[in-house]
Write a protein that binds this ligand. Structure first.
Ligand SMILES: NC(=O)c1ccc[n+]([C@@H]2O[C@H](COP(=O)([O-])OP(=O)(O)OC[C@H]3O[C@@H](n4cnc5c(N)ncnc54)[C@H](O)[C@@H]3O)[C@@H](O)[C@H]2O)c1
Length: 255
């Protein structure tokens, strides 16, 4: 019960890595707020995880590309539970592989809005409450932030922005006892991963190739990222801030 009586906000919490985080925090007794634009999936997950217990999970309909919706959802969480102990900025999308010359600037702007600015806005709104709880922020970035990714310059740039944000905010908020860290996953088996594979000729062999990129010969599971987020959200990691934790199953080794 390492999160009992505490409140975590997870953007994009309905599916994939966000849902994995929700399951882990709920098992540890947390009050978990799912902020997702897919509100029916979020509601179903919230009901399921609450019935599994011991934590309580609720869903707020929220498209994080709209700062007004972020503000309304965070206000709703505070009205309901009265505090925020952790913010997990996880909502994100990965556009299809696109060459620089074919990338539209308007698409880069909207990607930046969803993958980066949403987390910046949510942090601004959550920080007054985190000052009281001496809480934490966890930004879900990506290994592409440090390794790059072919024909994904826009996506990798939004993920790198999250790392710079994490480190700068850790300096600014450290004196207030607020820790800020990022997790950089490699390949995690989520709907996003499977939707990407489905765009290819042979999805099954593509997924197998991706699995083999990790030294374990498999992708990560969403809850494996959730357990790292829990570690970063509790006193277990009390001397860790401003770090970009590479949760990559050894994928970047042996170059
Ligand atoms: N899956 C991977 O291999 C992988 C690797 C590295 C980083 N990541 C990052 O992890 C995060 C989660 O990825 P995932 O694989 O779980 O994706 P996913 O598509 O499986 O799940 C993403 C969730 O976010 C929600 N979402 C998307 N856009 C939203 C918006 N504008 N407003 C509110 N909710 C929104 C979706 O409805 C969904 O519930 C992303 O930031 C992604 O960049 C994923």
């Amino acid at each position: 019960m390492r999160f009992s009586g505490r409140v975590v906000i997870i953007t994009g919490g309905a599916k994939g890595i966000g849902a994995g985080c929700a399951a882990v925090f709920a098992r540890e007794g947390g009050r978990v707020a799912l902020l997702d634009r897919d509100s029916s999936t979020a509601q179903k997950l919230a009901a399921q995880l609450t019935s599994d217990g011991p934590g309580e999970v609720r869903a707020w309909a929220c498209d994080v590309s709209d700062p007004v919706q972020i503000e309304q959802a965070i206000s709703g969480v505070v009205e309901t539970w009265g505090r925020i102990d952790c913010l997990i900025n996880n909502a994100g999308v990965h556009p299809p592989a696109t060459r620089l010359e074919d990338t539209k600037l308007a698409d880069v702007q909207s990607l930046l809005q969803i993958n980066f600015l949403s987390g910046f806005a949510a942090a601004k709104l959550a920080v007054p409450y985190l000052r009281t709880s001496r809480g934490t922020i966890v930004n879900i970035s990506s290994m592409t932030a440090v390794l790059g990714q072919d024909r994904s310059s826009a996506y990798a740039s939004t993920k790198a922005a999250q790392v710079g944000f994490t480190k700068s905010l850790a300096i600014e908020l450290g004196p207030a006892g607020i820790r800020v860290n990022a997790i950089l996953p490699s390949n995690i088996d989520t709907p996003l991963m499977r939707e990407w594979a489905a765009t290819l000729d042979d999805p099954e062999s593509a997924l197998e190739r991706v699995a083999q990129l990790q030294v374990f010969g498999r992708m990560g599971q969403p809850e494996e990222i959730g357990t790292i987020a829990l570690f970063l959200a509790t006193e277990d990691s009390s001397f860790i801030t401003g770090q970009a934790i590479e949760a990559e199953g050894g994928a970047s080794l042996d170059y």
